[in-house]
Design a protein around this ligand. Structure first.
Ligand code: BGC
Length: 398
């Protein structure tokens, strides 16, 4: 977090963010650019009119970003959600790779799985919906057994954001969260800038300011299936996480406070390993969550650095996602609570038919003084960046 400079801060921020986001990343030498041979380009089959509604006096819509390699990202300002991401496989066949609905009604009427949404004010769980800040105890509505999950029952995922399409690669979304909203203190202004770049990366940049001390933790909750939404289990996908440690939890998925080495456990993804290889092992943590649903502590030379976090590779079609982030942790969730009761784009969303890569601060951080702080003070600017690279490769390439 950096000191706030006076005057027109939001405008300056927008300019700053945009200029940074337009830079080309240089750490993605291996991103195979699919602009070459044999492309079978297409577009996402999503109609804008299906997303145009008025909710509490605010208009919703669908926005599409494009790059010159045929990648397309569709986002609605309802929950600042990613609705679709069209990417090529190793043969240049384009397909959507995230779970979602083809209309706003799908999100409003279906079981809320946070598909593609920006999560706030506090991503992941807060134990008992309670935390202390400056000696005052705050009580939040609970929505996950005894705990508060993803900002509570009416988190940022169910709010209508203001949207400004800056150009074909940049969409700026803003939301003003009021003092006391879902129990959190302070008027919080958050900006999310989605940028689809020429190197096939989607950059998500979060910026926030508050007028009262508060806690914040943001993430994007896209569910990926590299073979397409509704196309079966993700357990053959190969996952690598740049992490030597994780935060074990109790049975309600609240961290115990321990920091445990992954070595010798099914949580060791330091070497690329199929997600399903150890997922059914007799391990208490896996049992608590019915699979992977844990926070890994990312290896980082310095806190806040934009570094490699994780990658997932599909051996059948060659699609690969690589994630970089400034965040200290990543929650990898293997769709253990998807149960086929939601039908979305591509069909039924069954058990373990998607994974998420939720870059974030650690769960329940406000109740753990040893975890990296999630406190945001007035006068400081919260800033966080996550980048998803959509690449392809053959099995023998690294
Ligand atoms: C959580 C899961 C939860 C899912 C959808 C993930 O971020 O870790 O436990 O079921 O979101 O709510």
């Amino acid at each position: 977090m950096i000191r706030l400079l006076p005057k027109k801060i939001i405008l300056l921020l927008s300019i700053l963010i945009l200029s940074v986001s337009c830079e080309q990343a240089n750490h993605n030498g291996s991103a195979q650019n699919s602009s070459t041979a044999n492309q079978k380009r297409t577009t996402l089959n999503l109609k804008r009119s299906n997303f145009q509604k008025t909710i509490n006096g605010k208009k919703t819509n669908l926005f599409k970003l494009h790059n010159s390699n045929g990648i397309e990202v569709a986002i609605t300002n309802y929950g600042a959600r990613i609705v679709g991401i069209l990417t090529p496989d190793k043969n240049g066949n384009f397909k959507d790779i995230v779970l979602g609905h083809d209309s706003l009604d799908g999100y409003l009427n279906g079981k809320d799985n946070y598909f593609g949404a920006i999560i706030g004010r506090f991503a992941n769980r807060i134990a008992g919906g309670t935390f202390k800040l400056n000696g005052k105890t705050y009580h939040l509505p609970t929505n996950d057994g005894p705990n508060t999950l993803h900002g509570g029952p009416n988190g940022f995922d169910s709010r209508v954001w203001d949207a400004k399409k800056l150009n074909d690669q940049n969409l700026l979304l803003t939301y003003d969260s009021k003092d006391g909203e879902e129990g959190f203190p302070g008027n919080l202004k958050i900006q999310v800038l989605y940028t689809l770049r020429a190197d096939n990366s989607l950059r998500i940049e979060y910026t926030a300011i508050t007028n009262k001390e508060t806690v914040v933790n943001f993430t994007n909750h896209s569910y990926f299936n590299l073979s397409g939404p509704g196309s079966g289990k993700i357990t053959n996908d190969v996952l690598m996480i740049n992490s030597d440690k994780f935060t074990p939890t109790d049975s309600t998925q609240i961290p115990t406070g321990e920091i445990k080495p992954v070595k010798g456990t099914p949580f060791d993804f330091t070497k690329p390993t199929a997600i399903g290889k150890r997922i059914n092992e007799d391990n208490q943590q896996l049992k608590f969550a019915h699979g992977y649903d844990d926070n890994w502590i990312l290896n980082k030379p310095k806190p806040g650095m934009l570094t490699f976090a994780a990658k997932v590779y599909n051996p059948n079609n060659g699609r690969e996602i690589k994630v970089y982030t400034t965040e200290p942790g990543i929650q990898v969730y293997t769709g253990n609570y998807l149960d086929g009761s939601t039908t979305g784009i591509g069909g039924k969303y069954n058990y373990r038919s998607a994974f998420t890569l939720e870059t974030q601060h650690y769960p329940d951080a406000p109740n753990h003084s040893k975890f990296p702080s999630t406190v945001l003070k007035p006068g400081n600017i919260f800033r966080s960046i996550t980048e998803f690279y959509f690449t392809t490769r053959n099995a023998n390439q690294q």
